[in-house]
Design a binder for this molecule. Structure first.
Ligand SMILES: Nc1nc(=O)c2c([nH]1)NC[C@@H]1CN(c3ccc(C(=O)N[C@@H](CCC(=O)O)C(=O)O)cc3)C=[N+]21
Length: 288
């Protein structure tokens, strides 16, 4: 029996519809339009594609959006000055600095992200928001990718309470926040990484398996418990036009109970949740 395919396209359009309604309500009740500013530094082609997708989705949902392109030789000070300008602009509710940053300022990434006002931090990367997620305070920003994965599991009515959720990957952007979100929903959470012993056995005990490693086809069918839900967060470009996830989809689909494809999976949810975070940010700022 082949797994249920969890289509990012279908869930994302559901979440975007919800976002549209909230945008209309904010307009009606408070006469405000949520606004997002995306800063892109340098000329990374993949980043340009993502930033264009974000801009297009904003238009679709009714969110005001500004893309700010800065040259590759931008200094940390110049970038922080731009962030500060946006921190003070009332019509901008969300600020996102597209990653990765150019090599010359990669080391300054933490300082740069910390310059974003936590109330406008729609990526949820600021330490204040990371802390709020950790202690279960619900007035913070949740990183878009794990937020989208959680909303999809809930919308698909996949049981989380009491389930064993295994996350492969411990990044600040996906692995760690995904673990916190699932823990808050009463899953038993195991976070695995490159030093984990018995990776295969641990993965095979997962009811929900989240792959966020960044290695093509790293998760093979023999690592999946029959009937498990498999979420593939990987985006690996193995040829100019060939995108694959971290899961060996063709074989995994025969074992899993439900599985997300790549492309057409979690990436689309990430953008949908950026819209929701921009709306959440506008609501939070209304209350301040
Ligand atoms: N500050 C920051 N925040 C981010 O959220 C952020 C970032 N930097 N840097 C890069 C990653 C990557 N990311 C994706 C968004 C959408 C798709 C997406 O829509 N993917 C589609 C199409 C992919 C394609 O065809 O290229 C799919 O998987 O079907 C993928 C990846 C956001 N990121």
């Amino acid at each position: 029996m082949s797994a249920q395919i969890l289509s990012g396209k279908i869930f994302a359009s559901e979440f975007k519809e919800e976002a549209k309604k909230q945008v209309l309500a904010l307009k009606e009740q408070y006469n405000i339009t949520p606004g997002l500013a995306v800063i892109i530094v340098g000329e990374n082609p993949a980043s340009k594609v993502y930033v264009n997708n974000k801009h297009r989705t904003c238009e679709e949902v009714g969110i005001y959006s500004e893309v700010i392109s800065m040259p590759a030789d931008t200094t940390k000070e110049q970038l922080i000055a731009k962030i500060d300008e946006l921190n003070y602009r009332q019509e901008i509710h969300g600020i996102l600095v597209q990653l990765p940053l150019p090599e010359a300022i990669t080391k300054e990434e933490a300082d740069i992200l910390n310059a974003i006002c936590p109330l406008k931090d729609v990526d949820g990367f600021h330490p204040v928001n990371v802390g709020k997620l950790m202690i279960g305070q619900d007035d913070g920003m949740i990183p878009c990718t794990p937020y989208g994965c959680l909303k999809m599991l809930q919308s698909a009515k996949i049981n989380i309470d009491g389930a064993h959720a295994v996350i492969v990957g411990r990044s600040n952007i996906v692995g760690k926040p995904m673990g916190q979100l699932l823990l808050a929903q009463n899953a038993t959470v195991t976070i695995c990484h490159s030093h984990t012993h018995n990776l295969k056995e641990i993965c095979r005990s997962a009811d929900i398996l989240v792959a966020a490693v960044g290695r093509p086809h790293f998760i093979t069918a023999d690592m999946i418990k029959p009937g498990a839900t498999v979420i593939d967060v990987g985006i690996n470009r193995i040829a100019p036009k060939k995108l694959v996830g971290d899961v060996d989809f063709d074989n995994a689909v025969e074992v899993a109970g439900a599985i997300t494809p790549v492309p057409g999976g979690v990436g689309l949810l990430t953008i949908a949740m950026l819209m929701q975070n921009t709306i959440n940010a506008a609501k939070l700022q209304l209350a301040k």
